[in-house]
Design a protein. Structure first.
Length: 272
């Protein structure tokens, strides 16, 4: 798979296909913890994100699969065996259609384009230091695509577990996906749910992370959760900073809600 973590697409014992990040990836072992935490949090907010799972990769598979390796600085290293992070592929890779890029003229065929505004709630809350990544999939005979938000590895600033807020981080590369935003209603219900989150809601996500993915440093995990809880009341300010940035992403802010550039249908999360 493309990307800095050099993930691999594996078929698991449940028959599903999973984009699998390995613990010795070229970025940092904590990107596995970030992917698990932020994806579970995003799904709790009602966002279309892949199901995530802990994938147990055997020594035998590593030793007998030449492709399970990394290339870094001209050197090749085998992937680790053991517990790895799997993100369920959003469609059937053998039969369905999927793209990681659509031209702007094709975005009118994305049924849930309004979710690009809602995912800002998660990306600003978790200080995603990467650009927002999405893939677009559909059944072969369908006419419209569904956007699924992938690659949460750089939430919490990758391996640093810090929150370097910036107005232009964690946003999608093209403004057209935000053209229908006319006010705060565009971020609901994710925004209110995040603001009303309780510590237990966050710990349900954090407890799913295998301790080896954060070096068994429970104090660091506790600090991550506590800071995330405190930051829930900053989300509106962080979105406002993006609104007022040089990007000017919301040209219809405070315009009548009916003035929508891209036709949309009701949000539909991918089935798993």
């Amino acid at each position: 798979m493309r990307g800095g973590s050099q993930s691999h697409l594996l078929r698991a014992s449940d028959g599903g296909f999973y984009v699998t990040k390995f613990s010795n990836n070229p970025q940092h072992i904590r990107v596995l913890a970030n992917e698990m935490m932020a994806s579970l949090l995003g799904r709790w907010l009602g966002l279309p994100m892949p199901e995530v799972a802990v994938i147990d990769v055997s020594d035998w598979l590593i030793q007998n699969t030449a492709e399970l390796c990394f290339d870094s600085a001209g050197l090749r290293a085998k992937c680790n065996s053991g517990l790895q992070l799997g993100s369920r592929f959003p469609c059937d890779p053998m039969e369905d259609v999927i793209f990681d890029y659509l031209p702007e003229s094709m975005l009118t065929k994305v049924r849930n384009v309004t979710d690009f505004a809602r995912v800002l709630v998660l990306d600003k809350w978790t200080a995603n230091c990467d650009g927002r990544q999405a893939v677009f999939s559909k059944k072969a005979k369908q006419r419209r695509y569904t956007a699924t938000f992938i690659d949460q590895g750089y939430c919490f600033n990758a391996g640093e577990w810090s929150y370097p807020d910036s107005s232009l981080r964690g946003v999608y590369s093209r403004n057209c996906v935000y053209a229908g935003v006319t006010g705060w209603d565009a971020f609901e219900p994710a925004l209110t749910k995040a603001e009303q989150a309780e510590p237990l809601d966050l710990w349900r996500c954090a407890d799913a992370i295998p301790p080896e993915w954060y070096g068994h440093d429970f104090n660091a995990l506790q600090q991550l959760v506590e800071t995330l809880y405190e930051r829930r009341l900053k989300i509106r300010d962080l979105i406002t900073a993006f609104k007022d940035s040089s990007r000017q992403p919301f040209p219809r802010w405070n315009s009548p809600a009916a003035q929508v550039f891209i036709p949309v249908e009701a949000n539909q999360n991918p089935s798993v």
